[in-house]
Design a protein around this ligand. Sequence first.
Ligand code: PEP
Length: 249
Amino acid sequence: MRSKIVAGNWKMNKNMTETEALLAELSAKLPDSDAEVMVAPTFVNLAVSVRNLEHSTIEVIAQNMHFAESGAYTGEISADMLLDIGVDTAIIGHSERRAYFGETDEILAKKVTTALGKNIRVIFCFGEELEDRKSDQHFSVVESQLKNALFSLEASAWNHIVLAYEPVWAIGTGETASPEQAQEMHAFIRKTITEAYDAATANKVSILYGGSVKPGNAEEIFSKPDVDGGLIGGASLVADDFVAIIKSI
Ligand code: PEP
């Protein structure tokens, strides 16, 4: 049985006061759910978030991490630093990291290897751009993103990987993939993992959808058989919206 997950990526939003206020509101309104609920505040607010959620089932996760153990990497955060404050899940490969910070498949493969070596669970993001979809390249783009960053891993590594399919054209645009488009791609992803590994490996991986998920569209997207939850950007910054999305799963 795959985990259902709803994760909120807060990106570069919310100062410490706002972070604590949003966490308190979320904790108070959190519905009973089978889903794992996660939030990814900015790095400077991770430690305070872990402390604030000490008695909550909401998990605090990181938006990114570096592949090196330590050293001369100004501005970066290591796996050990995350573990030290009680964070053991990291988003890796978000399209904004790829687009604005030059994170290539090769860099992401190194990050994934480091994270797994440290027992950090990875939420690995990938997805095609609009031109890829328009030119009918979306399946091959997604396949190569997975292959380049993940398919050298041993099968056992997949116990610690969650996938987040996020078509770039749907992130923060208000335009979302239709539930059918999401299901079609998620089924393709599972087939691709089956071919590279085996069906057992493919069937145990949670595959989240991300891209303008809102209270109004979450239920239909989550109802698809290969969609195991969502990575939520904008709507995770508003407690009532995030709670409504959690209720939809
Ligand atoms: C994201 O950034 O991962 C995301 C899905 O954003 P949004 O929900 O705002 O499209």
